[in-house]
Design a protein around this ligand. Structure first.
Ligand SMILES: [Zn+2]
Length: 379
């Protein structure tokens, strides 16, 4: 469905009178998923709307506990059906846990007697709630604008990804971090507003874009990270040499792991035929990221996927698979690496440094997605 989203080239759209901007799409984001309970607080007038029923004002003030009850939901002392909407009036917000949200909420009882809270929100409001958690909101405006276009493209391309679970996207790193109006500042508001509706396209179709903290000198071909034929990747996602992020704090790093931790990480997925003797770098892809390691154990050489090892050892410490060297130490192994994240698409530190040097978001996007069209979603 998403591949067929109609796109209008922005160059053409920009000349059109924008008296009536198209109504932006809405997204359903799971802000609480299968929790034992959560808290809800109306910040302004809010209506309770049962399915097919009539709206009634929520009269309870303060923080209310939402949890399951036999056959439905309980919100403080209110007994609600197993699916109930909360609709804000007059621009009211609703606080869920520590964060405040725009748009309405769908409160849902899960089959396992847990509760899920889904935020039904316009995509532009959603983006304001994503930006400050995916990029520092005090970074330069042009970097935030590039991030806004990429995050919007990501949202459209992944709309409905979690439909079988009853919503479009999660509010965590499986989709994009989203925390409602918390942490939104003027910079974020401007970045979203000044790029309203803009996405990246390729030959009239929406481009499936990605972003990461720092590429370490060269961005990745998407297929080298997620599989498939690298030559079949659309050219804007095949990776570029990036001199911009060289001053990033993620450019060079080391991470030390004790032998038993490396061994345990490998054994999360496969049994080793004996104690781990050495680990060496195996194949690399074109961008220089390690694709696999070779582990020597019990007299045998075994191939270990770099992405598996990274997720087992922890992506926060082993910041990327761009490992330049392995240093064998007495008690363990030191990984020397560059960059942070999967390396596909927009390099956020590179974008920030480009913006610091006065480059505009269109130039930043053209640099990381060569040949892509800055387009507008035609609603
Ligand atoms: Zn970079």
């Amino acid at each position: 469905m998403t591949a067929a989203l109609p796109l209008a080239l922005l160059a053409a759209v920009a000349t059109r009178a924008r008296a009536e901007p198209p109504a932006p799409a809405r997204l359903e984001i799971a802000i609480v998923h299968q929790a034992v309970s959560t808290t809800i607080e109306a910040v302004g007038p809010v209506d309770v709307v049962p399915p097919g029923g009539r709206a009634k004002p929520l009269e309870w003030k303060g923080e209310l506990k939402l949890g399951p009850r036999e056959g439905g939901l309980r919100l403080a002392q209110l007994k609600l059906p197993s699916e109930t909407r909360l609709e804000p009036r007059e621009g009211a917000l609703i606080k869920v846990g520590p964060n405040q949200y725009r748009g309405s909420l769908i409160l849902r009882l899960d089959p396992g007697q847990t509760v899920t809270v889904v935020n039904d929100v316009g995509i532009e409001d959603y983006l304001e709630g994503v930006l400050p958690h995916e990029m520092d909101p005090d970074w330069p405006l042009e970097a935030l604008k590039a991030q806004a276009v990429v995050a919007r493209s990501f949202a459209y391309a992944n709309m409905g990804k979690f439909r079988k679970d009853g919503f479009d996207l999660t509010a965590d790193t499986r989709s994009q971090m989203y925390k409602g109006v918390t942490a939104v500042n003027d910079n974020v508001r401007r970045a979203v507003k000044e790029t309203r509706g803009e996405v990246l396209g390729w030959h009239g179709e929406l481009l499936r874009v990605y972003y990461h903290a720092c590429c370490g000198g060269r961005t990745e071909n998407a297929a080298d990270v997620w599989g498939g034929d690298p030559k079949a990747t659309p050219p804007p996602l095949r990776g570029v040499k990036d001199p911009w992020c060289a001053a990033s704090p993620h450019m060079r790093w080391t991470a030390f792991f004790a032998w038993q931790d490396v061994m345990a990480a490998i054994e999360e997925r496969r049994r080793l035929p004996g104690p781990l003797k050495t680990l060496k770098i195996g194949r690399r892809d074109l961008a220089g990221y390690v694709r696999d390691f070779v582990a020597r154990a019990g007299g045998k050489d075994l191939t270990v996927k770099a992405s598996d090892l990274r997720s087992s050892l922890g992506a926060a410490d082993l910041k990327s698979a761009r490992i330049t060297r392995l240093i064998v130490k007495k008690k363990g192994l030191e990984f020397v690496g560059a960059g942070s994240g999967h390396g596909v698409g927009l390099c956020q530190w590179g974008a920030r440094i480009q913006a610091d040097k006065g480059r505009k978001y269109e130039q930043i996007l053209r640099f990381y997605f060569p040949g892509a069209d800055l387009s507008e979603i035609a609603e």
